[in-house]
Design a protein around this ligand. Structure first.
Ligand code: GLN
Length: 483
């Protein structure tokens, strides 16, 4: 079986008994053993429990039972998402030995469908970063060029899917963490709108922006996975009480009349020429297929990064307070309790987390709250309104996913502001709680380029439809790195 086969192809092969789930699981586990030492995309490989799950599915299939489309198909998960019985560190030493007793809701839904969880993916610690270099277990490397970053924060997930170590993966996106690795590694990645997928079991970073999303080889595969995991969850009070559309049906709608917004602000003069050329030719593909291109403006988008990097640290500084080093992970022994907390947090959390705790605490403190947090909230409202106005005229909006191709490791690690600017195209959709999909749309210097398709809140079906149209009319998503 081709390790880059789509979920649909794997599903058919399993149903036709051309391959068993056990054989498929072993195929991916072997690839992890051979390929992952150069990628560092996995923090934990759940080989034993995966084989048990695969055998159980094979036994059920042997009885003639009709199984779910995802049954017996392996997948991987960002390590900041809990998996019952399998270590979940969030790439932080402070949770180094944490073995959750419960599955995140999306994982529980995949397991109930017969999905086989085979590995936990490297990421920036608790999602803090855009390159995976803020992992306390070393960076995940880009399978197209291991001297370059995989993107972050769900870098291991992007690298693993791109390298054919799993057919799909579950990641998390607060400001670009699914889209950036998808773009840098040349796979498809969906950031769902706020509330679409349950966040129960996802380690929080910025609770008003965090979302759980999907990586796949194709948009059609993402649709299939979304059908299984999306929808209200009583365990997550922020999950939307809204019907889940039929995503696979949505893919097959006609492209005629699809209105694509092209925001002027996302195609400014300083945009990298190779990225501009790729995204502009993708826009032509849409036009030739029958879609309509409409210029739009998002006048407040210029404040998105500044707004994001106030609000996220504010929420973050409170979310990070839970890690005390007492029960799990690194625990520094000191004569008194306060010093024990302080020393454990010093050793167990990386610099970027500490930086955000300090920025957030400062921005929320008396005398500064109005100047920073309150103003950032107002700017967020203006950004939301910009999108709402534009979505009166268009169905989706298109931009580059990232301002550049995957950069060399170490290039931005000494300058946090440079790293923050990597989110220039992704952060705004997160502030507005929208759906946003990244699909491969070209190459520059042999590295993949990603295009972002933004759709309204809870309109993942529209983003997936547009992405699928593009993939029917292009072949960038069919190229794989030589690993
Ligand atoms: N790069 C962004 C940040 O560091 C996005 C992170 C994410 O989406 N988890 O905040």
């Amino acid at each position: 079986m081709d390790a880059f086969a789509s979920v649909t192809e794997l599903s058919i092969a399993l149903a036709d008994k051309k391959i068993s789930s056990r054989e498929l699981t072993d195929l991916y586990l072997d690839r992890i053993t051979k390929i992952d030492p150069s990628l560092n995309s996995h923090l934990t490989v759940a080989a034993d429990s995966a084989r048990v799950a695969a055998d159980a599915i094979d036994a059920r299939r042997a009885t003639g039972e009709k199984l779910h489309a995802l049954a017996g198909i392996p997948f991987g998960v960002k390590d900041a998402i809990t998996t019952a019985g399998v270590r979940a560190t969030g790439a932080a030493k402070i949770l180094d030995n944490y073995i959750p007793t419960h599955d995140a809701t999306v994982i529980a839904r995949l397991r109930a469908a017969g999905g086989v969880m085979i590995g936990k993916h490297n990421c920036d610690t608790f999602g803090h970063g855009a390159s995976n270099e803020n992992s306390m277990y070393g960076p995940a490397n880009n399978p197209w060029d291991v001297s370059r970053v995989a993107g972050g924060s769900s870098g291991g997930s992007g690298a693993a899917v791109a390298a054919g170590l799993q057919p799909y993966a579950i990641g998390e996106d607060t400001g670009g963490s699914v889209r950036a690795p998808a773009a840098f590694c040349g796979v498809s990645g969906l950031k769902v709108s706020y509330g679409r997928n349950s966040r129960f079991g996802a380690m929080p970073m910025a609770s008003s922006l965090d979302t759980v999303g999907v990586f796949g080889q194709t948009v059609a595969d993402i649709a299939l996975v979304m059908q299984t995991i999306a929808g209200h969850d009583p365990l997550d009070p922020t999950s939307a009480v809204a019907p889940v559309p039929n995503y696979t049906h949505a893919l097959e709608k006609t492209v005629q009349g699809l209105r694509i917004g092209v925001p002027a602000e996302f195609f400014s003069d300083d945009l990298d020429p190779a990225i501009r050329a790729s995204v502009e030719s993708a826009l032509e593909v849409f036009q030739n297929a029958g879609a309509q291109l409409i210029p739009v403006t998002l006048p407040h988008i210029q404040y998105a990064i500044a707004t994001y990097y106030i609000l996220v640290p504010c929420e973050d500084s409170s979310n990070m307070a839970r890690y005390d080093g007492i029960r799990y992970g690194v625990r520094a022994s000191r004569p008194d309790l306060f010093e024990t907390y302080a020393a454990s947090r010093t050793e167990g959390l990386p610099n970027e987390v500490k930086r955000r705790i300090m920025i957030g605490t400062f921005a929320l403190s008396h005398g500064y709250y109005e100047a920073y947090y309150l103003r950032a909230q107002k700017a967020r409202t203006l950004i939301c309104q910009d999108f709402a106005n534009a979505f009166e005229k268009v169905d989706v909006m298109i931009s580059p996913t990232m301002p550049e191709i995957a950069f060399k490791k170490g290039e931005k690690t000494t300058d946090p502001l440079k790293m923050y600017l990597a989110d220039v195209f992704t952060g705004s959709a997160s502030l507005a709680g929208l759906s946003a999909l990244s699909v491969p749309c070209g190459f520059s210097q042999n590295m993949p380029i990603g295009m972002q398709i933004i759709a309204p809140r809870l309109a993942e079906d529209i983003a997936l439809h547009a992405g699928h149209i593009y993939q029917k009319n292009s072949d960038w998503h069919t190229r794989h790195p030589a690993v």
